[in-house]
Design a protein around this ligand. Sequence first.
Ligand SMILES: [Zn+2]
Length: 361
Amino acid sequence: MRNGDDQALPDQRPKLQRKVIAAAESQLAKQKYVAPIDVIVALGWLSSSNIDFWRAGRAPYLNGIAVGEDKVAGALVYLAQWAQEQGLERSEVPYAAATRDRRPLQFTESGEPTLELVFRTHLVAPGLSEKKREQIDARQSKVPDLAVITPTKAWDCGTCGRHYEAEDFLLMEDDAPLCMDCADFGHLVFLPAGNATLSRRAKAESTLAVLVMEFNRRRKHYQRIGILVEQEALERAEEKNLADEDIRALRRARDAERRAAGDIDFQAEMAGEIRLAFPGCPAERAMEIATHAAQRGSGRVGRSAAGRALDAKAVRAAVVASVRHLDTPYDTLLMAGVARSDARAQIRATIDAVLDGWATP
Ligand SMILES: [Zn+2]
């Protein structure tokens, strides 16, 4: 018997049950709801980097759980019992992958429906105000940000097959790398991390924002090195952030960097090729398309080996990418959840009409 209060009965509940309840109580106090996967993490069975990898759509199920499915199910039964005793509300939460199709995520290797449902069901504090409940529901069903990575070696795009260098961004999807144009991120521009206010504003201004991650070999995990946002969103954010003088200095520095890299000549050359193929395309637009497509490190078609050789198909691909984003409602369709293939089918006629219009001077 412990010394002290000899009236106290020893806690007869299994150790696992006590640990589950402690984890759940702490989460309920902190965020007013309990998510089963957070309990699994609190039990030390799963790391948050496993969750990140899975939420990014890179794993077929939540692998990396250190114990078997039976043990996990046991812990979740304790959680359910406790939630019932506490009178918590059950709320089924959609778990979507941070992929372009936002597909539903599978938790378990077996995909057993009952266990899947238990994982998806969050337990919410009862009696919250309607407003508070709405806030919590929004936070729970938030889809993680889309993310691209800077690879460590040269690579080939899994969709268009073009060859890219290690500096070019790629999107991993279904275990294949996609270039920025095939991922439909080609119209976005890179904003390096470092100015938190600017990043936050640019992200808020942009219809579509994508994180850029790089593998840190020393720390052995991915870290955020910046974001991709719409050009206009970045400009609006810069304008809010900086005095006019600073904006001009910033843009001068950027132009100088591009010139130093010898990119300007190539971009002019590419614009020339665009005008040869599409004589009706205004000169200014051709330059804009070339500058954008051939930007260093962008992972866009102008940086691919074919693009740099000014291959006719690559030049056309750069033009099509620009028309798709600027002259059709493609991005709006994607944001509204229309599948990529359906969205592409819907806008095909519009793209053809613009290209036909540019085919003659
Ligand atoms: Zn591609």
